[in-house]
Design a binder for this molecule. Structure first.
Ligand code: GUN
Length: 296
């Protein structure tokens, strides 16, 4: 089988293009969507992600407020900054890059973000809204991006068996809820490290989403012929032939499985580019909702 290669760069570009008229409409009303991005500490991978988020804002004409705080920043100092951003009418989205340093309790920090500005969709109010299928809430960007990729490939999810490997609050759980919801109507199984006979279970999947963070864990024996495979993994593995000394691989053994799939996302160039596009979409949504509320 020759699989459809799902092109995340292209779909991300389409999502961004779709935001342009909404952003213009807001600007015509005198409002520019603004995103605050906070990084505590100097984790190099996080610095790259945060830089990409700030750059994406600039490309779309959004305002960004970029905070790089020292490693020693206390939880109270971070929360005090969040309270200032909650009150700032120029800020519509607030994101604290994860993971924070160990002395900071991430859940406690997230609880202090105004749920209406929680463009990551991590606040319990937004988790609840996802489960309730209340579309005023915010859904984490990576699973939201995966849904856009499925749509772009014309995957009819209704009635299909979707298996999501991974139960994180950032990807696995929200992904399962999106697939289960009335817009998708898939039958969903969430698998994890303690699942019995993981390959056997995955072989019953029409749609397989891998979000575990283990390089090339999903091999040929996990795949039902004709399955759609979404690979959320971004894993660095040492590679002396590359200038940086590593390369990025997904959770799926792409070359080993691709001829069995009807459609598959590559890594890089699949899910990765979608996350930031969906963050921009969530920021525009937050701005629209906040400024409409203010007009009432
Ligand atoms: N770290 C890795 N992915 C994410 C994300 O989607 N949001 C935030 N805030 N941090 C992350």
């Amino acid at each position: 089988m020759n699989p459809i290669l799902i092109n995340g760069k292209e779909v991300a570009q389409q999502v961004r293009a779709g935001l342009i008229s909404q952003i213009q409409e807001l600007k015509d009303r005198g409002v520019t969507p603004g995103l605050a991005v906070i990084l505590v500490g100097k984790d190099p991978a996080s610095q790259v992600y945060v830089g990409s988020k700030v750059k994406a804002c600039a490309e779309l004409g959004l305002k960004s407020f970029h905070y790089e705080l020292p490693e020693e920043t206390t939880q109270d100092e971070l929360i005090a900054l969040i309270h200032r951003l909650n009150a700032d009418p120029e800020v519509h989205g607030i994101l604290v890059q994860s993971p924070p340093p160990r002395h900071i309790d991430e859940s406690a920090v997230i609880l202090n973000i105004d749920p209406r500005k929680d463009v990551d969709g991590f606040h319990p109010v937004n988790v609840a809204k996802l489960v309730l299928e209340d579309e005023t809430g915010f859904v984490p960007c990576t699973p939201l991006g995966c849904m856009e990729l499925l749509k772009s490939a014309g995957v009819a999810t209704a009635g299909m068996h979707a298996v999501v490997i991974g139960r994180s609050m950032i990807v696995g759980k929200p992904m399962a809820h999106l697939l289960l919801g009335k817009k998708s109507n898939a039958t969903v199984t969430i698998a994890h490290s303690r699942t019995t006979d993981l390959p056997g279970l995955c072989r019953t999947a029409d749609i397989l989403v891998a979000a575990v963070g283990r390089p090339a864990m999903v091999t040929r024996d996990f795949i039902k012929p004709g399955a759609v495979v979404i690979d959320v993994g971004i894993n660095r593995i040492p590679d002396a032939t590359r200038p940086r000394g590593y390369r990025i691989v997904g959770d799926v053994d792409f070359d080993g499985v691709k001829d069995l799939c009807s459609a598959i996302t590559p890594v890089p160039g699949g899910v990765g580019p979608m996350t930031i596009a969906m963050l921009m979409a969530n920021t525009v949504k937050a701005c629209r909702q906040l400024t409409q509320e203010a007009a009432h």
